[in-house]
Ligand binder design. Sequence first.
Ligand code: SF4
Ligand code: SF4
Length: 300
Amino acid sequence: MYEIRFHGRGGQGAVMAAQTIAEAAILEGKQAQAFPFFGAERRGAPVMAFARIDDKRICDRTQVSEPDMLVVMDESLLDIEPVASGLKKGGCAVVNSSLAPSDIDLGVVTRCVSVDATSIALEMLRAPIVNTSILGAMARADDFVKLESIQQAIMNRFGEKLGEKAGRLNAEAAKAAYDRSREGTCRGERKVQKKNAWLPTWQETPPGVALPKTTKAGMAVGPGSMTQNLTGSWGVSSPVYDDSKCIKCQRCWFICPEGCIRRSEDGVLQFDIRYCKGCGLCAKVCPKDAIQMKRKGAKA
Ligand code: SF4
Ligand code: SF4
């Protein structure tokens, strides 16, 4: 049995990627399953999805804890999630990164394929939805499913939802990623991070707030846990604010879905980019073009 674990951000299409790879395997006459794992999270928060492929019936329905292939759809997750945990010896990793495999520190030394899926998606699909590009890189990393089957599954799945042209463009993005993928070995210097505990624990909860006591079977989650998910590390672009153009109408403050625009006493806005996911809504509603969205890392 071949097991795959996807690590992505809410909104990146990790679930669709898992379903598409399963469909590609089924097109080749294999058995497959795909399913996601979500927390009580929001767009941009870490999510996982799983896929299993086998020649015979698959009875295991558990999450994949020891994958043959690890797929990291967002490089920034390496800093906040123990993504390499459980990767099988001899397994491989596929990472969305502009770096070569030898420059990627996954926390384990393993075979690795890297691809700048974000740039491919922006170039070919005009949106940072990286799932179809990542699927092409997966075909390059291992031959458990052929690229042609993946492209067919993409056209079926995306074509049905978004139309024939979108299906074809996404299939072409997969091929471009296959061609531009780089193969090598990643580094294992990073200490695999232990996920932070939620804050605060029930013992620390302020007086007057009642939460059930933690039991062996589960855990109580206190208020404030959302502050630990720094969704801003994900966004492809971030707002650049020009105070000289701003008329303090507050439209951007009102529309920001992450509440990361703050107003100081003199009315000047501050953007807490630790939580900004780069949706661009603030720039869209601004009547004075006082906010420009710029790709992260781009020269000013
Ligand atoms: S791009 Fe603007 S609206 Fe979107 S999350 Fe960032 S600050 Fe908020
Ligand atoms: S929408 Fe534009 S003009 Fe209005 S407060 Fe925000 S930045 Fe200023």
